[in-house]
Every structure is written in structure tokens, then in C-alpha cells.
Design a binder for this molecule. Structure first.
Ligand SMILES: Nc1nc2c(ncn2[C@@H]2O[C@H](COP(=O)(O)OP(=O)(O)OP(=O)(O)O)[C@@H](O)[C@H]2O)c(=O)[nH]1
Ligand SMILES: [Mg+2]
Length: 253
């Protein structure tokens, strides 16, 4: 196996590519594929799997062999959520898609919200945006099922991004986003945070490039199936990556 493998070369043309990064999501993957593909016949779905030991990638590949709107990018070894999303953006752009719609694979993000998020990117009669965020922190948004410790950790990260990194976004850590891929031409693509801090890093770069971001309310539900990948090591890495961004913001290097 090479480092990267694609399930197919003959992609149908399309405008929106839904993307979900997966690591050990075997309980969720088939349900996710069904839910996303059912949400609109126009959408295609890319699963970016990092060699999941539980066979998630294999399940997706088997489905992709029968479903032309489903694609799998299989990467060797666990390489981090951020690097998966960036690889997905670049693949989508190479394939001619205009928009990437990203969501987690564990149903914390409700696939039935996808059309609302896409509509927010190009509001009728209003200005177009570069990013539409499915937000828990605007009126009407909420988080269901989290213990207090996670609410506090999430609040701290969002406050840090807003006040220390200067990014005027309420929910900067969520991964439910529609992104206009042309924004990639306006930001520096080098040296991104590889892990979960990619979410803040990407918004930070888009904001500094003068990009436009809108937040629309969603209900985020804590995962019901499978286990978290946001462990202690991942949290430690994210804190380091956020401090690195703070240094660049305030000291310029
Ligand atoms: N490809 C890839 N996907 C990853 C990696 N780490 C996490 N993911 C996926 O990223 C998404 C978010 O991970 P979660 O474990 O749900 O993180 P979380 O939402 O902060 O925490 P919980 O929902 O409580 O588990 C899920 O779809 C994971 O499968 C990784 O290293 N590579
Ligand atoms: Mg999750």
C-alpha cells in the first residue's frame, strides 16, 4: 500500500463534496454514508480514513465499489484530524468541486442540517460567505449530552480563539462547516496544525486574509456510538498548536 489510496478515479462532476474524517468509526460509518447520500442527490461524499484498526476504511471501500457518489481516501497510519481535512480540501479542489462540507462521522453533527449550512454560504439577497459554521454558540444553537468539564474546556478554547487569536467567531472549535474552496487561494497553506487545532488555525488564516465567516445555529449531540479520539495526547497537542498561533499573532514569528 502506498501512503495514499483513492477508491476510484472516475468521479462524477459535482459542486459540493461532503467530507468526513474517520478513525475507528465502524459503528457509525454505514449510517453516516446512508444519511449523507440521502440528504441530496446532488452531493458526493469523501471519507478520509487513517488506516482505522476497526476496519472503518474497509467498510467504506466496500460501499464505494457500489456507489459512484461515495469516495474513500485511505491514508497510511493515523495522521491527525487537521491533516485529513486539509488533504480533503486539496483533493476536492483538484477534482473541481467549489464547496467542501465537513462534518464529524459520529452524528454529533446532524446530516439533515447540511442543506441549511450550504444555503448560508450563498444567502438569497445577501452577500456570499467563504465559510458557514454550524455553531453551538449563537442564539438557537446548543450542545446536548456533554459533562460540565467538556463545556468548560470548549468555552476556554473558543474564548482563547476570540480574545487571544483575535478571530471574531463564537464557535471556532466545531468541525461542521461549509467552506468555499476558492478561499484556499488566499491563505498560506503551509505548516497547518495537524490535529484538532486545525479548526481554529483555519479560521485564523481565513480571518487574517479578510475572509467572510457566518455562523448558523445547530444542535450538537454528544456521540452515542463509538469512542472519543479526543484523548489527553490530542488535547496536549492542540494546546501547543494554539499557543504557537498566539505567538505568531502577538510576536509575529
Ligand atoms: N482521518 C482521521 N480522522 C480522525 C482523526 N482523529 C479523529 N478523527 C475523526 O474526527 C472526528 C472528530 O473526532 P471525535 O473523536 O468525534 O472528537 P470529538 O467530537 O472532539 O470528541 P467525541 O465526540 O467526544 O468523541 C471523528 O469523525 C473522528 O473519527 C485522525 O487522526 N484521522
Ligand atoms: Mg465527536
Amino acid at each position: 500500500m502506498t501512503d495514499y489510496q483513492y477508491s476510484r478515479d472516475d468521479w462524477p462532476p459535482g459542486r459540493v463534496l461532503v467530507q468526513s474524517a474517520t478513525y475507528n468509526e465502524c459503528e457509525n460509518i454505514e449510517l453516516l454514508i446512508d444519511a449523507v447520500l440521502a440528504s441530496s442527490p446532488e452531493l458526493q461524499l469523501l471519507i478520509i480514513d487513517d488506516d482505522s484498526p476497526d476496519g472503518t476504511g474497509q467498510i467504506a471501500l466496500e460501499r464505494a465499489a457500489r456507489e459512484p457518489r461515495l469516495h474513500v481516501l485511505s491514508r497510511r497510519g493515523r495522521r491527525g484530524l487537521g491533516s485529513a481535512i486539509l488533504d480533503g480540501f486539496q483533493l476536492a479542489r483538484r477534482r473541481g468541486f467549489a464547496v467542501s462540507l465537513n462534518l464529524d462521522a459520529d452524528f454529533s453533527h446532524d446530516p439533515t442540517d447540511i442543506p441549511r449550512l450550504l444555503a448560508a454560504l450563498d444567502p438569497v439577497g445577501g452577500p456570499a460567505h467563504d465559510i458557514a459554521i454550524g455553531s453551538r454558540r449563537v442564539p438557537g444553537g446548543r450542545t446536548v449530552g456533554w459533562p460540565l468539564s467538556r463545556h468548560i474546556a470548549s468555552w476556554l478554547v473558543c474564548a482563547f480563539t476570540r480574545w487571544v487569536l483575535g478571530v471574531p467567531v463564537q464557535d471556532s472549535s466545531g468541525g461542521f462547516r461549509a467552506v468555499r474552496l476558492s478561499v484556499l487561494d488566499r491563505i498560506d497553506l503551509g505548516d497547518f496544525a495537524q490535529g484538532y487545532a486545525f479548526q481554529e488555525d483555519f479560521l485564523w488564516r481565513v480571518h487574517r486574509a479578510g475572509g467572510s465567516v457566518v455562523e448558523i445555529p445547530i444542535t450538537f449531540t454528544d456521540r452515542i456510538r463509538g469512542t472519543t479520539k479526543a484523548d489527553f495526547a490530542e488535547s496536549k497537542r492542540s494546546i501547543g498548536e494554539l499557543l504557537h498561533l498566539a505567538r505568531i499573532t502577538w510576536l509575529g514569528h
